[in-house]
Write a protein that binds this ligand. Structure first.
Ligand code: ATP
Ligand code: FE2
Length: 323
């Protein structure tokens, strides 16, 4: 069985075809803001201008006749971007008479991670631009055990980077700077119960930079503080839920220092650490195709009237009918 997946909740417009075993083909066309951060209307314009070409390229590799189901990222994400993806997906389903499956973007990050690692029942740390959550499955639902009370960690990294004159996306640039940092400056460490928050930390780091501290030391101090918060909550979830696997997903998961801190925590507790390949960590069409395939095989089809964009779609609202 093969599924076509279309992702375009924010910066990355990405289209892929997968079968049960692997990614067959994936083409992506990221939106990169000329200045500042992601502008929702500009991003959606980019998606609507480019999506036709990507679909054509995909069909030249895998013809539509071979595709069993069309999966699309239904939310959460930026409204204008989601509407482009939903409209194009609906059109394809109607034109070629194929079933349609609306996929929760967060669920797709988790499932592609389970698909491409041997993690079975992990505590998942999902860290991206818009989201930061600690997730684990309980029965037929994924539950969020802890999450950011304000902005996502990726968004926080991007904001700090922009403030220090670096272009979007800032995460990888902060990582490179932090590697050269030598001195740790204390910054606000905010964990409340199982939740955490980053916006006060961003402001404090900006003040540190204003006071003349080097970019390298600011980046280093920021990463050490923010990542320690994420690792603490992940560890607590492992202990409370009595689980022994950690899965890292989302664009920020590419960060080597975060991976290292999680690996050390896991080794200390006798838990196993997993992360999928980098190209499947950030937003990508394959994760939508794969999750859509899984859902379709377990009876899910999204009727046209329910295929509208869901900017606030929560992972808990999806019933998980597979192992
Ligand atoms: P979501 O809709 O799930 O919130 P997203 O649109 O933010 O996803 P992702 O691709 O999951 O997209 O994540 C993008 C984020 O990852 C950006 O904030 C970017 O700066 C950050 N990022 C990418 N690489 C790194 C890295 N090496 N270190 C830290 N952050 C990174
Ligand atoms: Fe994402």
């Amino acid at each position: 069985m093969k599924a076509l997946g279309i992702e375009g909740t924010a910066w990355n417009l990405s289209v892929a075809v997968v079968d049960e075993k692997d990614v067959i083909v994936m083409f992506s066309d990221p939106y990169i803001p000329k200045e500042g951060g992601i502008h929702p209307r500009e991003a959606s314009q980019h998606h609507s201008e480019r999506i036709g070409e990507l679909i054509k390229k995909i069909f030249s590799v895998v013809p539509i006749e071979e595709i069993d189901v069309i999966a699309f990222s239904q939310g959460p994400g930026l409204g204008p971007c989601l509407r482009v993806v939903a409209t194009v997906s609906r059109f394809l389903a109607l034109k070629f008479n194929k079933p349609l499956v609306g996929v929760n973007h967060c669920l797709a990050h988790v499932e592609v991670g389970r698909w491409k690692t041997t993690a079975k029942n992990p505590v998942t740390l999902y860290v991206s631009g818009g989201n930061s959550q600690v997730i684990a499955r309980r029965g037929n639902r994924y539950r969020v055990f802890g999450e950011t009370l304000d902005i996502g960690i990726g968004n926080a990294l991007d904001k700090l980077a922009r403030y220090m004159g670096l272009s979007h996306p800032g995460g990888p640039k902060i990582e490179a700077l932090a590697r050269k940092g030598k001195n740790y400056y204390e910054l606000p460490y905010v964990v409340k119960g199982m939740d955490f928050s980053f916006s006060g930390l961003v402001t404090a780091a900006q003040r540190l930079y204003d006071s003349g501290v080097s970019k390298e030391d600011v980046a280093f101090s920021f990463q050490e503080t923010a990542f320690a918060m994420l690792v603490e909550v992940t560890e607590r979830a492992l202990a409370y839920l009595d689980l022994n696997e950690v899965l890292l997903v989302g664009g920020v998961g590419a960060n080597q220092r975060l991976q290292e801190m999680l690996r050390i925590m896991c080794e200390d507790r006798g838990a196993k650490f997993y992360a999928p390949p980098k190209e499947l960590m950030g937003d990508n069409g394959a994760m939508i195709a794969y999750t859509g395939l899984l859902m379709y095989k377990h009876g899910y089809v999204t009727p046209l009237e329910d295929s509208y964009a869901k900017p606030d779609f929560r992972i808990e609202s999806v019933e998980v009918l597979w192992d």
